[in-house]
Design a binder for this molecule. Structure first.
Ligand code: SF4
Ligand code: SF4
Length: 297
């Protein structure tokens, strides 16, 4: 008989909060960032001016989205030193925290895609993607080529992520419509169809986080009992296997794949405390017994 994650939760001594700690922290992060941007228009409290593409915090700290700045450079636009400084600060942050932290801790679209992923599991919707996972890198390349040919940020006119972010802050219904479209797309086309296969913003941040310092490690992989809960919940499940199934000390337990979003859900759901946040150079494991079984698909 197959044991569900819900049954694992009841069998475990950990509370619901402990099982959802990183998920809750991510939702708090996403909502706090939204509230910080909205405190100006709503309450005339201008902590941050602008949006996720370009902002000024406390009239002092410039932050610019390096994806948009890179498109501007491809478009041959002249950028101010403030914009370039803002992009450098953000880039250094993601090199430290992991590039796709943008996806799991900031991007509002992630709330819609997590919801469809949850519903797919609940209703056992099995459709699979028509797109290869590297399609997002081709779309990223296309965005840069479009900028070069047109001399403008033409991709940004149709970029769903930018449209959602700007729409949320300016209260436009287009935001809700695009989020709902991505939600339906993920629900019926394939699990993580948008973020895991198509989104060039996520692809850009994956590349940016290639040297990401903060990483998840399957440091206690000898304790794994093959329940598969982590594979079921991970938005990029292909990243787990190399670290979890390492059969000797030479194979690092650290998840170094650039597509890991540092969302922490594998840490949340694992009743055997296999995973933890650490840094990319911590290759230590607990007693490292061989784990030869292949995960069932
Ligand atoms: S992949 Fe794109 S839409 Fe998904 S969370 Fe990342 S930036 Fe947002
Ligand atoms: S490996 Fe863990 S932290 Fe990385 S994306 Fe998957 S669930 Fe999130």
């Amino acid at each position: 008989m197959q044991i569900t994650s819900q049954q694992h939760l009841f069998a475990s001594k950990r509370s619901w909060i402990q099982h959802h700690k990183w998920l809750l922290l991510r939702r708090i992060s996403q909502l706090s960032i939204f509230c910080l941007f909205m405190s100006g228009p709503w309450f005339d409290l201008w902590i941050i001016k602008g949006n996720l593409s370009s902002s000024l915090t406390l009239d002092t700290l410039p932050l610019s989205d390096p994806f948009i700045v890179t498109q501007s450079l491809f478009a041959g636009q002249l950028l101010t030193s403030v914009t370039l400084t803002g992009a450098l600060i953000v880039t250094l942050f993601y090199i430290f925290a992991g590039g796709r932290v943008y996806c799991s801790w900031l991007c509002p679209v992630n709330i819609a895609t997590d919801a469809s992923s949850w519903l797919r599991k609940k209703f056992r919707i099995k459709s699979s993607s028509l797109f290869a996972r590297n399609t997002r890198y081709w779309l990223l390349f296309t965005a840069f080529v479009m900028a070069m040919i047109t001399g403008t940020l033409s991709w940004e006119l149709i970029n769903p992520v930018t449209l959602v972010q700007r729409g949320l802050i300016s209260g436009l219904w287009i935001s809700a419509a695009i989020m709902f479209a991505i939600f339906l797309f993920d629900l019926f086309i394939s699990r993580n169809a948008w973020c895991g296969h198509l989104c060039p913003v996520g692809a850009f941040y994956s590349l940016l986080g290639r040297l990401g310092f903060i990483r998840v490690s399957a440091h206690n992989r000898a304790n794994c009992n093959d329940c598969m809960d982590c594979f079921a919940v991970c938005p990029e499940e292909q990243v787990i296997k190399p670290a979890l199934r390492g059969t000797d000390q030479l194979i690092s337990p650290v998840i170094l794949d650039i597509n890991c979003t540092n969302c922490g859900r594998c840490i949340d759901v694992c009743n055997k405390s296999v995973f933890k946040f650490t840094h990319r150079f911590n290759h230590n494991t607990y007693v490292n017994k061989p784990l030869n079984q292949e995960p069932s698909q």
